[in-house]
Design a protein around this ligand. Structure first.
Ligand code: URA
Length: 434
């Protein structure tokens, strides 16, 4: 078998066999097929896509390139919620304790933030002493005690994805739906779960800018999940403005805790409650989302979800007292109020711009090597649909070093769009695909 023949078949839109996919990927991992041939293959996929059979085999080879973690002995119904990433996306922080309080478990891989999007690892690392599990043994121990098991991505899980992604990044082949779907799903399938809930974001701050693209990605991932006999659903959610109010790390932890106390922002609360209710439905505990949401409200009102959060923090090396005392989180030096220069209804808040405005003051990374400042961030105080007068404070920047604060404020002002006409509050969930 020769790589060049496989590339030629893909170029000419002919279906490639399982053996050919396995040959190509396993030899690429062993560095017996060079980057230039893999780059040519990826570009052929970029233009010609993949058939369903190719997609499943490609994902399987990716998954099997490293460890597959099967949490035998974990008794709970395990749900892996995956987000395609956005601005202010702290869903995992509030969702996992809620699911745990509802008797479910979650064991999932989490990542670090890059560019305008944040990462769950960074948010939890805002908590002094918090240590992410690096091994299967560590994650099982914590998950057994708390129902929550978060683990950082390791080189042992889907090593092929890391290698391929680096190549895609420099060959303009990232934006291919089958490549994105197989990359994400190989990592989901490498770790045991009873059900997968995909939160596919769409809008200005998301990877998928339009609803049709988000739908296509969601449907492709559903196809893969079902092909591997997993229970799987996808939520397509709005990322045309930051999620909730807080964008940063420590401030997002605070917002998630407030949500567990029942005081979260409306859009964020709505999304978390709906995803938890979907999980209950997949588990078979409820028949409708309404029933599920009622159960979620119970564990928020009786504080059992908050207790699970505190327990998870304690077991992970942090101080559980942070749920009562936010001064235990890293603090910033100063704040700058961003005041509106216009009057009208907020019609859009370009989430990507807000994410970048937070990044340049240190809340995020421009490159993988950058250090982040967990204390700083942006608070988005006026959201789409709100009426704003000239001079009203629309956002607040919490900073440590003043050098980029004015620039950040300008970016936030530029991110806000206004309309003279009344604007309805947008829906947070556009569609649920099963
Ligand atoms: N996220 C992933 O994990 N993989 C991709 O290809 C794109 C986004």
């Amino acid at each position: 078998m020769r790589a060049v023949d496989i590339i030629e078949k893909k170029r000419d839109k002919k279906e490639i066999t399982n053996e050919e996919i396995s040959f190509l990927l396993s030899n690429y991992l062993k560095e017996e097929i060079p980057d230039y041939q893999m780059a040519a293959f990826l570009m052929a996929v970029y233009f010609n896509g993949m058939t369903d059979a190719e997609l499943l085999e490609f994902t399987k080879e990716m998954r099997d390139s490293g460890d597959v973690i099967d949490f035998e002995g974990l008794k709970r119904f395990h749900v892996d919620k995956h987000s395609t990433g956005g601005v202010g996306d702290k869903v995992t922080i509030a969702l996992e304790p809620i699911m745990s309080a509802l008797g479910m478990g979650s064991t999932k891989l989490s990542g670090k933030g890059l560019g305008h999007t944040g990462g769950t690892i960074d948010k939890f690392e805002a908590i002094k002493g918090f240590k992410f599990s690096n091994t299967k043994e560590e994650v099982i121990e914590i998950a057994n005690k708390t129902g929550i098991g978060l683990m950082g991505y390791s080189d042992k899980i889907v090593p092929l994805d890391k290698k391929l992604y680096s190549l895609r990044d420099v060959t303009a082949t990232v934006a291919s739906i089958p490549l994105i779907a197989s990359s994400i799903m190989s990592k989901k399938l490498a770790i045991h779960s009873d059900a997968i809930i995909l939160d596919v974001k769409t809008g200005n701050g998301a990877f998928m800018k339009t609803l049709p693209d988000a739908r296509e990605l969601a449907e492709t991932m559903l196809k893969i999940g079902k092909g591997f006999d997993r229970k799987i659903v996808a939520v397509i959610s709005n990322m045309d403005q930051p999620l909730g109010c807080a964008v940063g790390n420590a401030n997002e932890v605070i917002e998630a805790i407030e949500t567990l106390k029942g005081n979260g922002p409306e859009d964020f609360t709505d999304l978390v409650y709906n995803i938890a209710a979907l999980a209950l439905k997949l588990k078979g505990d409820v028949n409708t989302l309404e029933e599920g949401i009622a159960k979620v409200k119970e564990v928020v009102d009786n504080r059992s979800a908050l207790e699970k959060f505190a327990l998870f923090i304690k077991e992970s090396g942090g101080d559980p007292e942070i749920v009562n005392d936010y001064s235990l989180l890293p603090e910033y030096a100063g704040t700058l109020e961003v005041k509106s220069e216009e009057e009208g209804y907020v019609s859009q808040i370009l989430a990507e711009e807000v994410g970048k405005a937070a990044m340049i003051i240190g809340a995020g990374r421009a490159t993988k090597e950058d250090e982040i400042d967990h204390s700083v961030g942006v608070l988005v105080l006026k959201k789409v649909g709100d009426f704003v007068k000239k001079g009203d404070v629309i956002a607040k920047i919490c900073y440590n070093e003043s050098k980029d604060v004015e620039k950040s404020a300008k970016m936030i002002l530029g991110a806000y769009k206004f309309s003279k006409e009344k604007v309805e509050k947008p829906k947070i969930i556009f569609e649920i695909l099963e």
